[in-house]
Design a protein around this ligand. Structure first.
Ligand code: ARG
Length: 435
């Protein structure tokens, strides 16, 4: 190929990141070849020793890449074969098509576990803040207009709940990635007597892909992972937006500690919510990566096409963006200092209890539509007297899911417990890789 086109088609710059999985997958494949009698014990030993050395060189940044290394798979095998002639036997029954499909699955498993672990940290931070503010009154908003009283704890948990759902999305993405395509070869399996279960066991993967053509074409595990990243980034953008609003002079609901805000180079009085703003903006990157990946996949004929090489920049960027945003969001939440006076004053607006007044009338038998009209008139004419106060209103809101103080406290504890159980999940997985 022309050197210009070799440069155009090289993926090394991106798939370099896959090297730990390429080495592990190669060990698993070599063990499968040995079990099938296609490698001798001494060849396997030489290959494993050689791969360990390749990995050391890559870890240490001492690996000498060559122009002919078009991707990480080629580079690893080329170097292995320089180290030991046994390396030349490794590619039996394997194609880069099932190899890259495997490597990306191993990467996705690990990325999903990391995302779960980062989500746990953020969810625990939100749940702790929520528990500490379970009874701090604030106005709840619809259309960014004051609506009804809630508590800070309830509002913070309303950010934690979607993140818990995102966490489960990452767990599903983990499961989707957790099967072995190895043995599918280029697309039609292999004539060699390889037992695919050997590699599955070596890599701690739950299943064998059920169709060799699908196995080398399938990237929906990557699409799922990228979507989980979009979902989390979208939720963080909404958290960011709430914090921007709360930190404004107009609202003044939170103070941003110096550790999580920045000053202006010009205006000495400024404290800017940059981190919250960046969380808001980063959702764009996530969505861009997802659309890129979905567009690469759309309309591709089965089985492998080189287009699939373009899955990695998009997926890696979606994952990195999610992990960075999650870390920033957890630090930001940790440092939120709520202003109880400002919140109480805003929540003390009697109009927030207009709905309570209409509901009290409904309870005494007035049809709700009529009660709504009557209270609406009173508010408009300045004749409205709030029935009780916000705190009493919350005490009466005692359905599951309502902002009742006791229920908010209980939910904060339940969210913490759920997060802690996912922390344990994330500590057990992914299974250790050979080498
Ligand atoms: N670099 C390629 C990718 O990432 C590896 C697979 C190449 N396979 C092939 N038949 N050209 O998709």
């Amino acid at each position: 190929m022309l050197p210009e086109l070799e440069r155009f088609s090289s993926s090394l710059e991106t798939d370099f990141e896959l090297y730990p999985y390429d080495v592990a997958g190669s060990v698993a494949h070599a063990r499968g070849l040995k079990a099938a009698g296609l490698l001798s014990a001494s060849q396997l030993r030489a290959i494993e020793r050689g791969l360990r050395r390749v990995k050391r060189e890559l870890d240490a940044g001492e690996f000498n890449f060559q122009d002919a290394d078009e991707d990480i798979h080629t580079a690893v095998e080329r170097r292995l074969t320089e180290i030991t002639p046994a390396g030349a036997a490794l590619h039996a029954g394997r194609s880069r098509n099932d190899q890259v499909a495997l490597d990306l699955r191993l990467y996705s498993r690990e990325a999903a576990v990391e995302a779960v672990s980062s989500l746990v940290t953020l969810i625990e931070a939100l749940a702790k803040k929520a528990a500490d503010h379970a009874d701090w009154l604030m106005p709840g908003y619809t259309h960014l207009q004051r609506a009804q009283p809630i508590t800070v704890g309830h509002h913070l948990l309303a950010h934690a709940e979607p993140l818990l759902r995102d966490l489960v999305r990452f767990v599903h993405a983990f499961e989707s990635a957790n099967s072995v395509p190895l043995g599918s070869g280029a697309l039609a399996g292999t004539t060699l007597p390889i037992d695919r279960r050997v590699a599955a066991k070596e890599l701690g993967m739950a299943d064998l892909s059920p169709n060799s053509v699908d196995a080398v074409s399938d990237r929906d595990f990557a699409l799922e992972l990228a979507f989980a990243c979009v979902s989390v980034a979208t939720h963080l953008s909404r958290l960011g937006e709430d914090i921007v609003i709360w930190a404004s002079s107009e609202f003044g609901f939170v103070q941003l500690a110096d550790e999580v805000s920045s000053g202006s180079s010009l205006m000495p009085q400024k404290k800017n919510p940059d981190i919250a703003e960046l969380l808001r903006a980063r959702a764009g990157r996530a969505l861009g990566s997802f659309v890129t990946l979905a567009t690469v996949l759309k309309g591709l004929p089965l089985a492998y096409d080189r287009d699939l090489q373009e899955d990695k920049p998009a997926l890696f960027s979606a994952v990195a963006n999610a992990l960075e945003s999650l870390e920033a969001a957890a630090l930001l939440v940790d440092h939120l200092a709520f202003d109880q006076k400002r919140l109480e004053a805003a929540a003390g607006d009697p109009a927030l209890l207009a709905t309570d007044a209409a509901e009290a009338l409904a309870l005494s038998g007035v049809p709700f539509r009529r009660a709504h009209e009557r209270v609406g008139r009173q508010v408009r004419n300045g004749e409205f007297a709030a029935p009780g106060d916000a705190r009493a209103s919350l005490a009466k809101r005692d359905q599951p899911g309502a902002p009742n103080v006791r229920r908010v406290g209980a939910r904060a504890r339940a969210v913490s417990r759920e997060a802690a159980s996912w922390r344990r999940w994330s500590e057990r997985l992914p299974p250790p890789l050979p080498l």
